[in-house]
Design a protein around this ligand. Structure first.
Ligand code: 3HC
Length: 702
């Protein structure tokens, strides 16, 4: 056999092909070559009456090898191997279990029979990588499950379990116990019954369930899905199949696959796929079974929900009885809702709720393994809490602060045990948002950092280790991004023009709508707390003005927009436009019409520039970490890969030239390119290729 990943053996007339290519049996080129060789050998072995294909380990096959997609496809091509499997004149049985995705699911469809164990997760996640199923999925799946369901499965990328797979006829036989033994027994039954090979492509392409089935599929795409060319490519490939032979349809689908593979959107999504699998920091994590959360507000109760949902015992502390009761109430309602929506059964919801208990003093945290502080964002308040935690918690317990902007070292110093202290910056709502910034303080012990990272993973978060500097990565970049949109409002853009331009670019929400949702007074209070404020009267002047006029956002129905009572969609308010115009006049700023292109460009360049500075300062270790922060914490469009990936797609020479252009037209105050951007642009480099640096604790904080 050309690759040890494939083993073949004869079990009394049943040829067993075992794919053993950890971690996920991805169909890399050598695996494809060996698989082809194996089935040819078994096809020509007269003693073999049927063939069983089995994937070793936890997965059947997780798909094609995504790492190969940066280069043109190498032979043998997956669809050719699968066509050969289907063409065999001995029955081929796919023994499915666990993850059966993408190219793995396509191999199952090309097999003549499919049996599976109850842990099956079967699906076509290609769309999440900006691809379409390129090895026959668009041709075979509709023939088996009908056009509507095939389109749903392939455009959503959501896998189905055994029950749905059986109902759709994708699985012929459910196995109990050992998958391989069951599949071999099933193969013997097929032979005994004289069952012939059963080729999916022999089935006719089914008639559309309704004349509007393709239009319906297009209409069902979300705005984000529409921005990924593969969504339309999937629908068009199935639509075209209706009037073509399966071979012609497959050839056309291959062309579409290759175009998608080369698209910026797919490259961006693949970049994020690998960035999301960040290696853990060095250090051995300490075991964590019990967690304390200090502060029962929205953030604290969200963190408690996330921890309880992950099976941890939680003690929620708030000195105020009423605040504690409100927090515990929120947690109970969350799990009751989860039960009502069918995400948890009654026992699961009751157990999760019971895992959280309340307390009003920090002494209750004496035995816990790890504490997350989520009290009011004030250095004095947090230092007070950490001084008490340092005394109350057992030696070795990890003490984490959820600060979003403050100096973790200053908080750590108050505890008297700074090696135990780390930042764990959750994003609101903490039970939903996947981003977790893990802040390495100057004295944070490696084991403490590793413990925070491991806990984040357990809570289902994407943990990104960042250095200790004002706003860490996300919020510091947010200030640069927000600064530009604020300046542009004074220069002539309206709040809704800003939001529309950035939402059309792909941001989940425009920055003004986000401000109204979060409460404009929050950012205002943070800016008041700065020790060094920029000496620029225009800096965040519009937001400040709104707060000073009593416009706090959705919470009081008036912010950048006006809101109906209880409403979440704001409408533009002429009063706000008048306020901004008057302020611009007071500051002597000439107003002009600002187009969507300029709005997007200035906001993106501000983000990119600040990101490059964070890399230079070692606050971010690698460009892909910044991309994770922005895609998972701030609604940056995934198909653009994050601000740093986006900068690389623009070309750093172009980025530099545009920053220099703004330096000429708008002044150098915010538009001075960094040395590393100049260097990379000169050398034709990419941010993605910058070597990663250990994160640091910055000096000279704002
Ligand atoms: N190709 C290459 N590497 C892959 C891979 C793939 N398809 N799937 C997973 N891996 C790697 C991961 O990068 C990771 O590597 P690392 O240990 O070096 O970081 C390792 O396998 C383990 O992956 P996870 O950390 O994600 O492990 P989990 O157990 O949490 O999840 C999984 C396993 C559900 C299989 C998840 O990895 C996954 O969803 N993989 C992607 C599946 C996919 O998108 N398949 C479609 C591929 S495209 C295709 O098939 C095209 C075809 O139509 C022609």
């Amino acid at each position: 056999m050309s690759d040890p990943a494939i083993r073949v053996r004869d079990e009394s007339g049943i040829g067993v092909v075992e794919i053993d290519h950890p971690p996920v049996n991805a169909l890399a080129r050598p695996v494809r070559a060996a698989l082809l060789e194996a089935i040819e050998r078994l096809a020509h072995d007269p003693a073999v009456q049927a063939i069983v294909i089995h994937g070793c380990g936890r997965h059947f096959i997780a798909g094609a090898d995504v790492r190969e997609f940066d280069a043109p496809p190498a032979e043998p091509l997956l669809h050719e191997v699968l066509n050969r499997v289907e063409a065999l004149d001995k029955p081929v049985i796919a023994a499915l279990h666990g993850t059966t995705l993408g190219g793995g699911a396509e191999l199952a469809l090309a097999s003549h029979y499919r049996c599976a164990t109850p842990d099956l997760s079967f699906g076509f996640p290609e769309i999440k990588l900006g691809l379409l199923p390129g090895a026959g999925g668009t041709v075979r799946l509709p023939r088996l499950v009908g056009i509507r369901r095939a389109l749903e499965l392939m455009t959503s990328g959501t896998p189905i379990g055994i029950a749905a797979a059986r109902e759709l006829g994708l699985v012929d036989h459910e196995l109990r116990g050992d998958v391989l033994a069951g599949a071999v027994a099933f193969a013997r039954e097929r032979i005994a019954a004289g069952a012939p090979p059963r080729r999916t492509t022999d089935l006719p392409m089914p008639a559309p369930e309704s004349p509007t089935v393709f239009a319906d599929a297009r209409a069902a795409l979300s705005a984000a899905a529409r921005r990924v060319p593969a969504s339309e490519a999937i629908i068009a490939a199935v639509e075209a199949s209706a009037s073509q032979s399966w071979r012609a349809a497959l050839a056309a689908a291959r062309e579409r696959f290759d175009a998608c593979r080369r698209s910026t959107e797919s490259r961006a999504l693949r970049h994020l796929f690998f960035a999301e699998r960040v290696p853990p920091p060095a250090g051995t994590p300490q075991p964590v079974a019990t967690v304390g959360v200090v502060g029962a507000g929205t953030m604290g109760s969200g963190i408690a929900i996330a921890a309880a949902a992950a099976g941890l015992e939680v003690t929620l502390v708030d000195a105020q009885d009423a605040a504690l009761a409100a927090g515990l109430g929120r947690i109970e309602r969350h799990f009751a809702d989860a039960q009502r929506k069918g995400r948890l059964d009654a026992a699961g919801a009751a157990a999760a709720t019971a895992r959280v208990r309340g307390a009003t003093t920090l002494e209750a945290l004496a035995p816990v393994d790890l504490v997350i502080e989520a009290v009011f964002e004030s250095l004095e308040v947090k230092r007070g809490v950490f001084a008490e935690l340092g005394r109350a918690c057992r030696p070795g317990a990890v003490l984490a602060t959820n600060t979003s902007t403050l100096d973790v070292d200053a908080i750590a110093a108050a505890s008297g045990r700074p090696a135990d202290v780390v930042g764990m910056h959750f994003f609101s709502p903490a039970q939903v948002m996947r981003l977790l910034e893990i802040v390495r303080g100057r004295d944070t012990a490696p084991a403490v950092l590793a413990t925070a990272f491991a806990l984040g993973k357990r809570l289902g978060k994407i943990g990104v280790v960042v250095g200790n500097g004002f706003g860490f990565v996300g919020n510091r970049m947010l200030y640069a991004y927000g600064r530009e949109k604020e300046l542009m409002m004074l220069e002539g853009a309206t709040p809704i023009e800003i939001d529309r331009a950035l939402e059309t670019f792909g941001m989940a929400m425009g920055p003004n709508a986000v401000g109204d949702l979060a409460g404009l007074d929050i950012g205002y209070a943070v800016r008041r707390g700065w020790r060094e404020r920029p000496d620029d009267p225009r800096f965040y002047r519009v937001s400040d003005l709104l707060v000073e006029q009593g416009r706090l956002g959705q919470k009081n129905g008036r912010g950048f927009y006006r809101y109906e009572p209880g409403g979440r969609r704001g409408t533009p308010d002429p009063e706000v436009d008048a306020l901004i115009r008057a302020e611009a006049e007071r500051l002597g700023i000439a107003r002009r019409a600002i187009g969507a292109d300029e709005i997007v460009e200035r906001c993106m360049l501000a983000l990119i520039d600040e990101g490059v500075r964070l890399l230079e300062e070692g606050i971010a270790a690698r460009a892909s970490d910044i991309d994770l922060v922005w895609c998972h914490g701030y609604g940056f469009p995934r198909e653009r890969g994050g601000p740093m990936f986006y900068a690389d797609t623009l070309g750093l020479g172009h980025v530099l030239e545009r920053i220099r252009c703004y330096a000429r037209t708008r002044g150098p105050r915010y538009w001075t390119p960094t040395a590393s951007l100049e260097r990379l642009a000169r050398d034709g480099g990419r941010l993605a290729d910058e070597p990663s640096a250990p994160t640091t604790s910055a000096t000279g904080r704002g």
